[in-house]
Design a protein. Structure first.
Length: 273
């Protein structure tokens, strides 16, 4: 695919997806949506990639929907996603609940980390929330953004945010659509760490590198799927699923290597792909 709104790089087992419309604060468009899904599919299928980092170019992560696109919706009298019919489907096929816009993140086989380098609003805020972990630049502004536009809570955030930070705090962010800073997001438990902007990407890469060194690829995949599937299950169903996974994965090469490394007091040699 000819990338016009994003950039893609793979190094040391990490795929970095960069939203790349810096002159528009990386505002979201149908083209960006199309490219983003295609890049996630590429990264998830690449045996050399162990994890994915998403960030923005310039001073913003993603300032939300492009203003011209919003005007276009008004002119057309309704929502026009501006995407082709043959969108890539990363993460699809794991569970029916994951086969939808942004929920597809839950079906990926590899962890995905948001490096929030600047403002994250509306769809940009939602994108970050659907990542597994979030590191933010000091002073980065965030907002759900939908209220002043006369819209409902978007992209399933009314389901996701209460599960992330609790109902009371989620209600505050969703009902008010107020702006808040990365430091408050850290206090809420919405982000994992706040760092100086110039250290953000290096911190994210360091975290992911450590993750890929210590944790078996099969465990990363299974644990992610457990976490998000269990949001839809009863406790009893979660226990049964975990026992079934445990029995199956104790027969795997990753388990044998993990035990050998533990007993031998050496780093594990994980085989990807």
């Amino acid at each position: 695919m000819d990338l016009k709104s994003t950039r893609y790089d793979v190094a040391d087992g990490i795929a970095t997806v960069t939203l790349h419309r810096p002159e528009r604060m990386n505002a979201w468009t149908g083209r960006m949506h199309t490219e983003y899904r295609w890049l996630l599919a590429q990264a998830d299928a690449d045996p050399q990639v162990g994890a994915i980092i998403v960030t923005g170019e310039g001073r913003a992560f993603c300032a939300g929907a492009d203003a011209k696109a919003l005007e276009g919706h008004v002119a057309k009298g309704g929502y026009d996603p501006g995407t082709p019919d043959d969108l890539a489907e990363p993460g699809y096929g794991v569970r029916p609940e994951f086969d939808a816009f942004f929920a597809y993140h839950f079906g990926l086989t590899k962890p995905i980390v948001a490096a929030i380098n600047g403002p994250a609003a509306g769809v940009g805020f939602a994108l970050a929330c659907y990542c597994d972990l979030r590191f933010a630049a000091a002073g980065a502004k965030m907002t759900t953004a939908h209220g002043p536009l006369g819209l409902p809570a978007e992209y399933g955030l009314s389901w996701l945010l209460p599960r992330m930070i609790g109902l009371t705090r989620a209600n505050d962010l969703l009902i008010s659509s107020r702006k808040f800073l990365a430091e408050e997001a850290l206090e809420m438990g919405l982000v994992n760490a706040v760092l100086p902007r110039e250290q953000l990407l290096a911190h994210a890469r360091g975290y992911v590198t450590d993750l890929l060194t210590r944790v078996a690829p099969s465990s990363l995949t299974a644990t992610r799927h457990q976490i998000y599937a269990d949001l839809h299950r009863t406790a009893a169903e979660a226990v049964v699923d975990s026992e079934q996974r445990l029995s199956a994965m104790m027969k795997s090469d990753d388990y044998r290597e993990g035990v050998a490394a533990f007993i031998g007091k050496r780093p594990a040699n994980w085989q990807r792909g």
